[in-house]
Design a protein around this ligand. Structure first.
Ligand code: BDR
Ligand code: CA
Length: 320
């Protein structure tokens, strides 16, 4: 069974990703980061998820409070003030695992073979770990992350939230040479929690299904109002689903660069989709066409939505 660390800022879709992952992988730890709300609250929310799913044996480790360079942003308009608005969840009593998430990631990756990282929030912890222990990049099996887009953003026209929250950290990760799978908004917006999906989850009639249905109802309503979507996008579970069943996702190997300075484009994942052929093919890039850089990311393009929803709902059915 694959061993993973989930680096997360719960977050309603983060909670779904955790619930999906727990039943399919050996979760070595959940590391938290600023993002949808402050790291105090994302850590508390991680513990709430572990408590209502009866999974408190999994350590939750608190991580970075701020991005590397810029000020911190949060997303109360999407996930509510608590970061997990919707159901009334008790204050967690499970203690936070001692130590810092960055040290936990380094120690775990360096001491165990083939650890996969699943970052579904801003990339601050992962970037800090790669900088603090450069040898780590050769020990990570792969990174399956939610972030970016091949098309438009959600925070700005160009930038998706997780990358926007810490573009410098994203740059460190995307230039690290670690194998990366990226699910961005172009893919994750296909996976909408429509009223029909929420109804199926509610009808599971287990405690976890009822809690998730409440979360998704509040989340979907906010995204309908904000963007006119048919339901809340299940962004983060897509990064987990790709690892569970690779046949769910169609992908392309692309060069992806993080825009760090553009007036309208800071935080954009600039994906080279030009289809430039290698120079040996004849006419090569020259005047008028700049050569491309080698692909560094496997980018998710499409997801089989019905099969993804079945996987998610069948997994939620396994909980009490
Ligand atoms: C990403 O931003 C967060 O609000 C979600 O949890 C997801 O990780 C989508 O842009
Ligand atoms: Ca997230």
């Amino acid at each position: 069974m694959r061993s993973i660390i989930i680096d997360t800022d719960p977050g309603i879709d983060d909670a779904m990703a955790i619930l999906l992952a727990v039943k399919h992988f050996n979760i070595l730890g959940i590391t938290t980061v600023h993002g949808n709300t402050t790291v105090d609250k994302t850590t508390r929310n991680a513990l709430k998820v572990l408590e209502f799913s009866a999974m408190t044996h999994i350590p939750a480790v608190r991580g970075s409070e701020y991005p590397l360079v810029q000020p911190r942003y949060t997303a109360a308009s999407v996930h509510g003030e608590t970061g997990l608005d919707g159901p009334d969840l008790p204050y967690p009593t499970t203690p936070v695992h001692p130590g810092h998430a960055v040290d936990f990631i380094i120690d775990t990756v360096m001491s165990k073979p083939d650890v996969t990282l699943v970052p579904i929030g801003p990339l601050t912890n992962i970037a800090m770990a790669l900088r603090q222990e450069p040898r780590m990049k050769d020990h990570i099996k792969e990174i399956s992350l939610m972030g970016g887009s091949t098309t438009y953003g959600n925070v700005t026209m160009a930038a998706e939230f997780n990358i926007w929250c810490d573009p410098e950290a994203a740059h460190i990760v995307f230039t690290s040479d670690v194998p990366i799978k990226m699910v961005g908004l172009n893919l994750t917006r296909q996976a909408a929690a429509t009223p029909e999906v929420i109804e199926r989850i509610r009808n599971l009639n287990n405690q976890v299904g009822k809690i998730v249905a409440k979360m998704l109802t509040a989340y979907s309503e906010r995204l309908r109002q904000l963007f006119g979507l048919s339901g809340g996008s299940l962004h983060d579970p897509c990064a987990v689903a790709w690892l569970i069943d690779p046949s769910l996702i169609e992908s392309e190997m692309l060069h992806v660069a993080i825009e760090l300075s553009g007036e309208h484009t800071r935080g954009m994942t600039v994906c080279d989709q030009r289809g430039l052929r290698p120079p040996a093919a004849g006419i090569s890039a020259g005047d008028g066409i700049r050569a491309g850089l080698a692909p560094n990311v496997e980018v998710g393009m499409n997801i089989d939505v019905p099969r993804f929803m079945d996987l998610l709902i069948d997994t939620l059915a396994q909980y009490p």
